[in-house]
Write a protein that binds this ligand. Structure first.
Ligand SMILES: *Cc1c(COP(=O)(O)O)cnc(C)c1O
Length: 258
C-alpha cells in the first residue's frame, strides 16, 4: 500500500472511531451507524470494513451496483437515494442489499416485491421516507399528527404488510431541515415529527394487523425504527431516540460537488 493510501486509511479510521464514540455518548441504546459512502472509492469502504463497519449507505443505483460487485458480501448495503420504480429490478438483484430507506410509493413497493428473488434468505427491509420539514427540495410523504387510516403513509404501510411478502416494513426515515437554530434544550421539530408519525402509525398497524410482529417492525423487537440524523445533527437525533444514523462527511470528509 502506498504511503498516501495508508495515510488516507488512518484518517478514515480516526474519524470513524470519533463518530462511534460520540454516538455512544449521545445514545441510550445501541443504534446502527450507516456509513454513507456516495462518491467515495471502494478503498475507503474497505478501510471501514476492516474496522468492523458493516453498514454502508449509497444514493445512486449504478454506483451501488458497481461497488457491491467488488466489495465483501458481508456488507449490508442501505439504499438512501431517490428511488425510481424502474430501478427496482437492478436494486433487487443485489444479494446483500439490506434496506431501502427511501420508499414513497405503492408502485415502487410492488415493483421491488416482484423483482426480489424468491430464494432471498430474508425480506428486504423497507423504511418509508417522510418529509418532516415540508421543504420542496426533499422527498417523502407527509407526517402524521394523529392516527389517520387514509393518509398516504398509512396506505403505503398497509400495502407493504398485506401484499408484499418479500418486504419487511422496518421503519421510517427523514432528513429534516438541516439549518435549525436550536437554543440549548430545544427540540428538533422534524425529529419530533418523525417520532410522532411512527407512534401513531404503529397504533394503526397494531389495530389492523395485531401486534404479532411477523411482517413489520425491526426483527426481534417488532418496533418501527427511526432513521434520522446525519453528520451535522446525529447527536441531536440520537438524543431524540433515533435508531439509525446516516453519516457521510463525518467519516469520509467532504464530497466533490456533483
Ligand atoms: C448524503 C446523505 C447522508 C449523509 O450526509 P452527511 O451530511 O455527509 O453525513 C445521509 N442521508 C442521506 C439521505 C443522504 O443523501
Amino acid at each position: 500500500m502506498s504511503a498516501d493510501s495508508e495515510a488516507r486509511n488512518a484518517e478514515i479510521l480516526e474519524s470513524l472511531a470519533e463518530i462511534r464514540s460520540r454516538m455512544q455518548s449521545a445514545a441510550s441504546g445501541s443504534p446502527t451507524l450507516v456509513a454513507v459512502s456516495k462518491y467515495k472509492p471502494a478503498s475507503d469502504i474497505e478501510a471501514c470494513f476492516g474496522a468492523g463497519q458493516l453498514d454502508f449507505g449509497e444514493n445512486y443505483v449504478q454506483e451501488l451496483e458497481d461497488k457491491a460487485k467488488v466489495l465483501p458480501t458481508e456488507i449490508r448495503w442501505h439504499f438512501i437515494g431517490t428511488l425510481q420504480s424502474n430501478k427496482a429490478k437492478v436494486l433487487a438483484a443485489i444479494p446483500n442489499l439490506y434496506s431501502i430507506q427511501t420508499l414513497t410509493s405503492i408502485k415502487a413497493a410492488t415493483a421491488l416485491n416482484k423483482s426480489l428473488p424468491a430464494d432471498r434468505t430474508s425480506p428486504l427491509n423497507i423504511l418509508i421516507q417522510i418529509n418532516t420539514s415540508g421543504e420542496d427540495s426533499k422527498s417523502g410523504l407527509g407526517p402524521l399528527t394523529g392516527s389517520d387510516p387514509d393518509a398516504e403513509v398509512t396506505q403505503l404501510a398497509r400495502h407493504i404488510i398485506s401484499t408484499c411478502p418479500r418486504l419487511r416494513l422496518q421503519g421510517l426515515m427523514t432528513i429534516g431541515a438541516l439549518e435549525q437554530s436550536l437554543t440549548a434544550g430545544e427540540e428538533n421539530v422534524d425529529f419530533e415529527r418523525l417520532k410522532r408519525t411512527r407512534d401513531v402509525l404503529a397504533e394503526t398497524l397494531v389495530a389492523e394487523f395485531g401486534s404479532e410482529q411477523e411482517r413489520w417492525g425491526a426483527e426481534g423487537t417488532g418496533r418501527l425504527l427511526l432513521s434520522m440524523g446525519m453528520s451535522s445533527d446525529f447527536e441531536a437525533a440520537l438524543r431524540a431516540g433515533s435508531d439509525i444514523v446516516r453519516v457521510g462527511t463525518g467519516i469520509f470528509g467532504a464530497r466533490p460537488k456533483k
